[in-house]
Design a protein around this ligand. Structure first.
Ligand SMILES: Nc1nc2c(ncn2[C@@H]2O[C@H](COP(=O)(O)OP(=O)(O)O)[C@@H](O)[C@H]2O)c(=O)[nH]1
Ligand SMILES: [Mg+2]
Length: 321
């Protein structure tokens, strides 16, 4: 028997896919269950959703009981979370300090950062969260830190190209992260594991840096390597790249007869539709939504579009009920 699922159901399912925390997942699953057409064709699916809700609830309780507070957990904020990873003294804290307003500890001696610290990096009219982390090396991998990496939307693998040790640093980091299935590349250099990443060749302002970088690039032709420094080199390029890899768009809501609220963009995954936008504004909206007017990506300003219309970065949307 066909399930005949409704747009409301698909919207709820989309929120489930975009959910980041167990609480958000449970909420989205409950919404899916509430709007799913109740007939024989969906019985199995209903059962499956109920099981998933029960499992997430159970996991949540267990986590609270066994782990309590996890000091390596970093609550997500802003348009996306980029976590830095690197050996001691490679300049992770300096980068987070410059790019955000976070109070990070910068020191000439290693191991001055003990727990993750996050700061918000302004970008266009939104903020991207940067997470500074304690250092790791092949001999010292703080176990909680692997958890921090696994939760990231993007990893910034930081190496210090002012020294020839950058070759070992890169190999060591790639090995640690690949073994734990955090990042992975195909032979063609395509990112195939859950967390996208870029390599940051830091301290490019130093005398030996360019030569080291040339060798590094020759040995790792498939890697995306950006050169940066705390003197400002490459930082604008880095921001653009981070935004691009997060694969998100900013869109703006406009109420009928009002001016658009340009202060607070909504953040959606690239490829999101008018319906996805409606679901983010209010959970009841997808059900009522008829169409929308769009300024930006549409052929002309204020064009009426269907619910399935795919939005683009910068679009302004007026929902029509
Ligand atoms: N020349 C130069 N020095 C840097 C750069 N970034 C950081 N440093 C220095 O490297 C040392 C370690 O920096 P820090 O940010 O604490 O490294 P972390 O251990 O990776 O967090 C400090 O003395 C910084 O001033 C850079 O881009 N160029
Ligand atoms: Mg540090």
């Amino acid at each position: 028997m066909p399930a005949n699922l409704t747009p409301q159901y698909y919207a709820a399912e989309e929120s489930y896919r975009q959910a980041r925390s167990p609480e958000e997942r449970i909420k989205a699953l409950q919404e899916m269950l509430a709007v799913i057409p109740k007939h024989k064709g969906t019985e199995r699916l209903q059962g499956d959703i109920k099981k998933r809700i029960a499992r997430f609830k159970e996991e949540g309780i267990k986590k609270k009981q066994t782990k309590g507070f996890n000091p390596f957990g970093v609550e997500k904020q802003g348009a996306g979370q980029a976590v830095l990873a690197g050996y001691p003294n490679t300049g992770k804290s300096s980068l987070v300090g410059i790019l955000s307003r976070a109070k990070v500890k910068i020191a000439e001696y290693p191991f001055s950062t003990v727990l993750p610290v996050s700061g918000m990096m302004p970008y266009k009219d939104t903020f991207i969260q940067l997470v500074d982390t304690p250092p790791l090396s092949v001999d010292n991998i703080p176990s909680g830190l692997i958890g921090t990496f696994k939760e990231a939307d993007l990893l910034l693998v930081v190496i210090d190209v002012s020294t020839a040790e950058c070759l070992e640093q890169l190999d060591g980091l790639m090995k640690i992260l690949q073994e734990r299935e955090i990042i992975d590349l195909s032979d063609e250099g395509e990112i195939i594991a859950p967390i996208p990443f870029i390599v940051l060749a830091n301290k490019i302002d130093q005398p030996e840096a360019e030569d080291n970088l040339t060798v590094l690039k020759e040995l790792n032709p498939s890697l995306e390597i950006l050169s940066v420094s705390n003197t400002g080199i490459g930082l604008e390029n880095l921001k653009d790249k981070v935004y691009e890899i997060l694969n998100i768009i900013r869109v703006y809501g406009k109420k009928v007869g009002r001016v658009v609220d340009k202060e607070r963009p909504f953040i959606l995954k690239k490829g999101s539709t008018v319906l996805d936008f409606a679901a983010q504004v209010h959970k009841d909206f997808p059900q009522k939504l008829k169409s929308a007017l769009v300024w930006g990506s549409s052929k002309f300003d204020g064009q009426a579009v269907a619910r399935e219309y795919v939005l683009e970065d910068g679009d302004i949307i007026e929902l029509q009920f």
